[in-house]
Design a protein around this ligand. Structure first.
Ligand code: UT7
Length: 324
């Protein structure tokens, strides 16, 4: 059975760090409120002239280096983003050009907001399993700072900019949960919940980019339930149980959501990767960023079972199990 095996990961964060105290100087908020309600202490913000495709390309180069592969080895690029440089073309094609990938490679974007990386991984995995490509660069990259209403304290303190990338390559496995690679992915959406989390603009509606709008409390409620359900779905599909999972790498939206979901699943804090304190919510970039951090400090090792899960605007949600 063809499997999509992780060959390397990488990440990039813009240089500029904005702390909670910095924000408290500009809007009516406090370090204490942000820390207690979300677990965030700081976020990285892209520089003027630094675009999503720049962040994505930096992260992608690191993933390729880690894999010992080069731009000519990339068959497919899938970028998960809700903040592309331009309405079109897809950020993936911009990244393809910036990396100098060979003619014959292809790229497109996937838009599922904070679940974007799980959707992009599922897409790339299915292209590999179908035999259409032998390798894929899966990237989550965002400059959410550009779609925040910096006067809305209920949202602007929660997000940050960044990118993470994962290089996948096809390998033959036995078709069991001991195989290395992506073992299963599970995706869902419910468009009737649009009003809970959306951007109030776009090319076809207002003609302007718009700002992020969120019913925080309602999103929170859905997040814990839906992410717990989709994790159970992934475990049942693979015949694995929560005790066998080495690392839970959830979307980083709120430390309280991460803790609540882990508690519901009976997973101890020592097996959960948390980066929200330093990165804030980087939407589609949060999971690959967290994966890259945990590989970089040797927590995630070859052979480990890694479970990812996310929920975002749409609403969309999903999970994936990867044998590293
Ligand atoms: O990644 C996509 C998915 N997104 C999420 O999962 C986010 C989900 N939601 C959340 O993380 C939380 O709901 C928030 C962190 C957004 C908010 O936490 P909360 O405990 O649900 O607070 P709240 O919205 O109920 O607001 C509580 C109070 C309000 O004041 P009153 O009405 O009780 O007087 C807000 O006006 O906190 C006030 N408030 C703030 N105060 C200081 C809201 N934002 C701020 C702020 N600083 N930045």
């Amino acid at each position: 059975m063809r499997r999509s095996v992780v060959a390397g990961v990488g990440h990039y964060l813009p240089e500029r760090i904005v702390t909670n105290a910095d924000l408290a100087k500009q809007i009516d908020t406090s370090d204490e409120w942000i820390r207690e309600r979300s677990g965030i202490t700081q976020r990285h913000i892209a520089a003027d002239g630094e675009f999503t495709s720049d962040l994505a390309s930096h992260a992608a180069r690191k993933a390729l280096d880690a894999a010992g592969m080069g731009p000519d080895d990339v068959d497919l690029i899938v970028v998960a983003t809700s903040t592309p440089d331009e309405t079109f073309p897809a950020s993936a094609t911009v990244v393809q050009s910036k990396l100098g990938c060979a003619n014959g490679s292809m790229g497109f974007d996937v838009q599922a907001v904070c679940s974007g990386f799980v959707y992009a991984l599922a897409t790339a995995d299915n292209f590999i399993k179908a035999g259409q490509v032998d390798s894929a660069l899966v990237i989550g990259a965002e400059t959410f700072s550009r779609i925040l209403d910096w006067e809305d304290r209920g949202t602007c303190v929660l997000f940050g900019d960044g990118a993470g990338a994962m290089m996948l390559k096809a390998e033959d496995g036995k078709g069991t949960s001991n195989d290395r690679g992506v073992l299963s992915t599970h995706l869902h959406s419910d468009g009737s919940l649009h009003d809970l989390l959306y951007v109030d603009g776009g090319p076809s509606s207002t003609g302007e980019v718009g700002y992020l709008r969120m019913e925080g409390r309602e999103v929170f409620r859905h997040a814990v339930t839906k992410m717990s359900e989709v994790v159970v779905e992934a475990l049942e599909a693979t015949g694995l149980n929560a005790e066998e999972v080495d690392w839970f790498v959830p979307h980083q939206a709120n430390k309280r959501i991460i803790d609540g979901t882990a508690r519901k699943l009976g997973v101890g804090a020592d097996r959960v990767v948390v980066t929200i304190d330093k990165h804030a919510n980087t939407s589609a970039a949060s999971i690959p960023l967290a994966l890259s951090v945990a590989v970089g400090d040797d927590r995630i090792q070859q052979g480990h079972l890694v479970l990812i899960e996310a929920m975002g605007g749409g609403l969309t949600w999903g999970s994936g199990i990867i044998r590293w």
